[in-house]
Design a binder for this molecule. Sequence first.
Ligand code: LLP
Length: 408
Amino acid sequence: MQIDFEEWARRYGTPLYVYDFDRIRENYTRLKEAFSGQKSLIAYAVKANSNLSVIAHLGKLGAGADCVSIGEVLRARAAGIAPYRIIFSGVGKRDEEIRQALEEEILLLNLESEAEMKRVEAVARELGKEARISIRVNPNVDPQTHPYISTGLHENKFGVEIDMAKRMYIYAKNSQWLDPVGIHFHIGSQLTELEPIREAAGMVADLVRSLAAIGVEIRFFDVGGGLGIVYRDENPIDVKAYADVITEAVRGLDLTIVCEPGRFLVGDAGWLVTRVLYEKRNGDKRFVIVDAAMNDLLRPSLYNAYHRIEALFDGEERGEATPAEVVGPICESGDWLGKEVLLPETKPGDLLLIHSAGAYGFTMASNYNTRGRAAEVACEEGRCRLIRDRESFEDQIRLEQAHLEERG
Ligand code: LLP
């Protein structure tokens, strides 16, 4: 839909996250339809954007939730996602998180080590409940993405090797408290190559076949997330080809395909709207200083990530566009949002639009420099509404203030 960013920036202030819920629906539907003819569950990776309204929107479309902390599980529940559509992954679950997840009766606890399996077994025994589990296999496949978001190599901390997985499945099958019904892999994020997925899916499907031969019946084949999107000029994976590669790998097996996309569903459906504060030059270098910063959108600072920045003002009479570094007010040289951004001369109050900020934008925001986190707006079928208030100074100090009062 056409969004009047100027109007919403005026109404709710900047920096402001704006999400297009129609676009999210289209992204979800495209992926779900790619798996038609196959039992499938799209479990939205809540970490990408965990606003309750975003989760609820996807939940109403039929999505489940892939969570990495009990906080995310509780968010998914609060947003109305049914427990049997929730998966809990992560390398370091605490006993209390395991207990709560079992009490919530979620679909799967995804295990990432033998030690963790023993903890889950112990907690399940205490509760007198059988834990439905899946095991994350690390297939040692190079996903050809940024090293910080690559996860399927033995050098990464995620998952277990295939031989170890097999031993764990045998142990789980013989345990009264563990029900091994799922298998999982996730090789990385922002993937643009299909081959590593084909390779990993093939290896893991072979493991499912050899497990069946020894009486371990896997029902959920979880292929993780990772589908890349366009930030600059990437050539993203075609979702139909992606679904076909997976369907092909599991041919002959009776499985529900679980897929855990985050970025693909919400990444291109979000923008960070920011206002220019000042322009300055240091020597030859031109800086445009805006009111958003690395605490609002960390991806450029953390991964050197590119986000397209568009001027929302009429630059016609402002002269030629020249390269500028777009930076925030935070006291770090790493606080930049765009480098070599071609912009005409800017004036205080001009609006800039930072694209593809729907995933890992707000969720990675912080209060660094005691900056309140941005407000969030959702637009759907021609209307926009506030889905999170701007964080105030009082919000930020609330937990500290309680202690001040206690001490008189
Ligand atoms: N499943 C698992 C087990 C994951 O670890 C992740 C992401 C996903 C699913 C969702 O991946 P997606 O479909 O969004 O690629 N902060 C980084 C991305 C970190 C991804 C971590 N795991 C960024 O801003 O690029």
